[in-house]
Design a protein around this ligand. Structure first.
Ligand SMILES: [Zn+2]
Length: 307
């Protein structure tokens, strides 16, 4: 029984399932967190050859969960730590690309859930980098346990706590040497959701890259996206996030769950000779639209009184 609930919770943490099925899926019962995860982790954690996306931007693992490495001669920025057990793979991926983990100066995070922030603590220790987080994510990550305004609080999986060097502000530009990565507060999936954008260049081309946080409206049994008291600004946060995705310069979309940006399909096309396979100026708008449709379906479900 608990195993079944855990399985469902872990699937729900992940947002790779298409909208309608996800939106109509019954919310799970709270999970017994004294049982250590994880049934799906091995699948998510499958090895992935690290590769250059474009210019100084690399995908360093895993097959199911993204960690994005942005490099410069004066230090690097690494976004997301995937699962706790992903950390050694990510570290090895950085090294396999020819970079020193100790040269990672800043660690960032899309949102403070087990499958994207679980490996940050180990990466922080191994690299000595500063962890910079949205204030809400900082509250979660300092203690490693969930907050009630997280729509998924009922099945939150504890994660290793980190030392937060500093809290970010919206639209802040995080700098390491010549790197300039803008943090966009795009809450909704959690109150601390953060997306990132930067410009990368290669030969004669420069592209704007966006790492867009998860937008799936997934929640535990007691959370309501409409008229709820746990996270009263959730709809406003979603609307703000969509506006940001629709307006930010965006040639390349990357996402914490790579399937949502067709990352590996694009990689295959690029390997087959299409130099511009990762470039899709419509991708960020489409991502916002998909999120809007998913949330609409979820709101309809709540209005109809279905569980
Ligand atoms: Zn999540």
């Amino acid at each position: 029984m608990i195993v079944g609930a855990r399985r469902l919770a872990l699937v729900l943490l992940c947002s790779t399932v298409p909208t309608t099925t996800h939106a109509q899926r019954p919310a799970p019962a709270p999970v017994n967190l004294s049982v250590t995860p994880c049934e799906y982790c091995a699948e998510w954690n499958e090895p992935q050859r690290p590769f250059r996306v474009f210019g100084n931007t690399y995908y360093v693992r895993t097959r199911g969960l993204a960690a994005i490495h942005i490099t410069s001669p004066e230090g690097h920025i690494l976004i997301d730590g995937a699962l706790p057990e992903s950390a050694p793979l990510i570290a090895a991926g950085v090294r396999a690309l020819g970079f020193r983990l100790e040269d990672v100066k800043v660690l960032l995070n899309s949102h403070a859930h087990y499958d994207h922030a679980g490996g940050l603590a180990a990466l922080e220790r191994a690299s000595g980098a500063q962890v910079l987080l949205h204030p809400w994510s900082a509250r979660v990550m300092r203690r490693g346990s969930g907050l009630i305004d997280d729509p998924q609080f009922g099945f939150f999986l504890p994660l290793p706590a980190v030392t937060v060097a500093r809290e970010l502000v919206d639209a802040e530009v995080v700098r390491v040497g010549p790197l300039a990565v803008t943090a966009h507060f795009t809450g909704g999936h959690t109150p601390g959701g953060t997306s990132f954008s930067w410009r990368a260049c290669e030969e004669d081309r420069c592209w704007d890259i966006v790492y867009a946080d998860s937008q799936s409206p997934i929640a535990d049994t007691t959370f309501r996206f409409s008229g709820g008291t746990r996270y009263p600004t959730v709809l406003q946060d979603y609307a703000n996030a969509w506006r940001r995705f629709e307006t930010v310069p965006c040639d390349v979309l990357l996402t914490p769950h790579p399937g949502l940006a067709s990352t590996f399909e694009r990689l295959a096309q690029r390997d087959a000779g299409d130099r511009a396979a990762f470039r899709d100026p419509t991708a960020c708008r489409a991502y916002a639209e998909t999120s809007r449709q998913r949330l609409d379906a979820r709101l309809q479900q709540e209005r109809s009184g279905r569980p």
